[in-house]
Design a protein around this ligand. Structure first.
Ligand code: PEP
Ligand code: MG
Length: 588
């Protein structure tokens, strides 16, 4: 059976399904026999031990690769895992109701779920999410498929099928690497999708009701390029997809060989291919694929994985390590972009009717000068780091909407610089830039240019606001499309205005990494791109096969087309003509 969803992370994988939801639906089944109870309790205890070992290993891995603050979340999960009340409840359900451990976990989750459902407190809601994550992990160790390890999968890759993706799913599950992801909700620029892409895991989201059609252990194919999921494939289609899978892996390896070559068009025009990163782990990957710097460091994860506002010293330490590890020590650090789909409990964020139109990003930061100034000061101080070649640190503000905000931001930076001078603390030079992701700022861009050193276009948000279509909602993903006539016109206006004014401009939304988006932007005159690291090799390859004049002609023609479908088809044809090598790595 073939199901269609939203293509969010390219690649093809033929594997075995592991349904995360199995803990969320009642496992039913007969009550256990008396003699089975002991066995079930033992199985549960073993699962707790294995889950604890997982969490400790994850802590160590993230602590060494990213930082101890980022790893704290796994300590918190371990504390839940060993919570006596929680353990008692599960054991009690097993013995009193003769339930399986899976069934008992399901009941406990439901019980906490209905208790927490009434609360409006975001902090408690977050704790429920943590509990769910822990229960999913435990359930993974109780599942026959995962319990027997990769052997039970017949050596096949593991495909996670879930309602929505939790960040920990994209790392490992019960000791198995995750090789594919299918979810019922979430769109192409949801943060879970971005995570999958940065790890190069093929993923399809928005496949409605898939959890009713697939069960753990079923054979499943994920085509993250076309947004297709095949359940119980017949031998012919399985063979065809296996061929595609081999080709995909081969092509990826082949392309990554260009890591040391400079990024240039066919006529030798140099380009800047930068990486979008969430932390130190991603910087390693950026380096491995040949990124020449970081064009977007999303600092949210530093805050999201911390129990309270990270102190100025903690942030300073993190930014210094990021600068050191980043290729050429060139990094654009974005201030906290919270709100919308991400909340931080300790900032007291409350539910809003329209969170993406509400109190997010700098709108929220302005009202928290205590942490906003800490972040700005930490970036200024980190920029003093002595490196070879000298570090180039850029400070970028998200969601700037009106000119007054930009003035206020500059004043805030000046105040932080004065404070640091007065305190005798070292600081380095920092370029100040804005993200253009609100249509008001895009249309009015010329009014901002005197106030900024550089511009970075955040096409993920810009597209959702222009098209009035939530980037995370699969029901409207047909509208939330960067390759649409209205978006093209706004991008063209933006890039042209910046270039005419001699203002450095880059684009850091997901469209920079998709070959069709990349080709179009190149044709509009863009020379600096920031994308998920895994997309760098293929766009370097694509750039080398077109001249600037050819790309400009393509963009000109695309701008004349009237529908998104025509634009997408036309650009796909151009990719096919100029660089068929990268076709397999494109996302529909
Ligand atoms: C964007 O909006 O395009 C962007 C790069 O930022 P984020 O995806 O983090 O909102
Ligand atoms: Mg954004």
């Amino acid at each position: 059976m073939l199901r269609r969803g939203v293509a969010v992370s390219p690649g093809v994988v033929v594997g075995v399904a592991y349904c995360i939801h199995e803990v969320f639906v009642d496992p039913r089944g007969k009550p256990l026999e008396e003699q089975e109870l002991l066995q079930e309790l033992e199985a549960f205890d073993q699962a707790v031990e294995k889950a604890a070992a997982d969490l400790r290993a994850l802590y160590d891995k993230v602590a060494s690769q990213v930082g101890t603050q980022e790893a704290e979340i796994f300590h918190a999960h371990e504390a839940i895992l060993h919570d006596p009340a929680f353990l008692h409840k599960v054991r009690d359900y097993i013995t009193q109701h003769r339930s399986t451990a899976q069934g008992a976990l399901h009941r406990v989750l439901n019980e906490y779920g209905s208790l927490f459902a009434r609360t409006k407190d975001d902090f408690l809601k977050e704790r429920l999410a943590d509990l769910r994550d822990v229960i999913v992990r435990l359930s993974g160790h109780l599942s026959q498929v995962i319990k027997q390890g990769p052997a039970a999968l017949g050596g096949e890759p593991l495909v996670v099928v879930a309602d929505e993706l939790l960040p920990s799913h994209a790392i490992t599950l019960g000791g198995c690497e995750v090789s594919g992801i299918v979810t019922q909700s979430g769109g192409p620029t949801s943060h879970a999708a971005i995570l999958a892409r940065s790890r190069g895991i093929p993923a399809v989201t928005g496949v409605r009701d898939i959890l009713r059609q697939v069960k753990t252990g079923d054979r499943i194919i994920v085509d993250g390029r076309e947004g297709v999921v095949v359940l119980a494939p017949d031998p012919e289609s399985e063979a065809a997809y296996r061929k595609l899978q081999r080709e995909f892996v081969h092509r990826q390896h082949q392309l990554a060989e260009n890591r040391d070559q400079p990024a240039r068009t066919a006529d030798g025009v140099p380009l800047e291919l930068l990486a979008n990163v969430n932390g130190l782990g991603d910087v390693e990957q950026a380096r491995a694929v040949g990124a020449t710097g970081v064009g977007l460091y999303r600092t949210e994860y530093l805050f999201l994985t911390h129990p309270s506002v990270p102190s100025e010293e903690e942030q300073l330490d993190n930014y210094r390590r990021m600068i050191l590890k980043t290729p050429q020590h060139r990094i654009t650090i974005r201030t906290l972009d919270i709100g919308g789909d991400k909340t931080i409990p300790y900032l007291g964020h409350r539910g809003e009717a329209n969170p993406f139109l509400g109190w997010r990003s700098i709108r929220l930061s302005f009202e928290h000068p205590e942490f906003f100034q800490k972040q700005i000061r930490a970036v200024l101080r980190a920029a003093a780091l002595q490196t070879n070649p000298p570090a180039r640190v850029q400070l970028m503000f998200p969601m700037v909407t009106v000119v007054e905000e930009m003035r206020r931001l500059r004043a805030l930076v000046r105040r932080c610089q004065r404070q640091l001078r007065a305190e005798g603390k070292e600081q380095g030079p920092v370029q100040i830039g804005m993200m253009v992701e609100v249509p008001a700022a895009a249309i009015n861009i010329d009014a901002f240019l005197d106030l900024v050193d550089f511009v970075s276009i955040g096409s993920n948000d810009l597209v959702q606001y222009l098209m009035a279509a939530d980037r995370d909602n699969p029901k409207v993903s047909h509208l939330c499309q960067p390759l649409s006539p209205a978006v093209l016109r706004v991008l063209h206006h933006l890039i042209r205005t910046c270039l005419r004014a001699g203002k450095p401009v880059s684009l850091c939304g997901e469209m920079a990494g998709s070959p069709r988006g990349f080709l179009l932007l190149l044709g509009m005159g863009l020379r600096s791109f920031s994308m998920s690291p895994s997309f760098i090799p293929l766009n370097k390859r694509l750039a080398a096969s077109v001249t600037v004049a050819q790309a400009a002609q393509i963009a000109q023609h695309a701008l004349e087309l009237r529908t998104g479908r025509q634009i997408r088809r036309f650009l796909a044809q151009q990719i096919h003509a100029f660089c068929p090598d990268v076709e397999i790595l494109d996302v529909e």
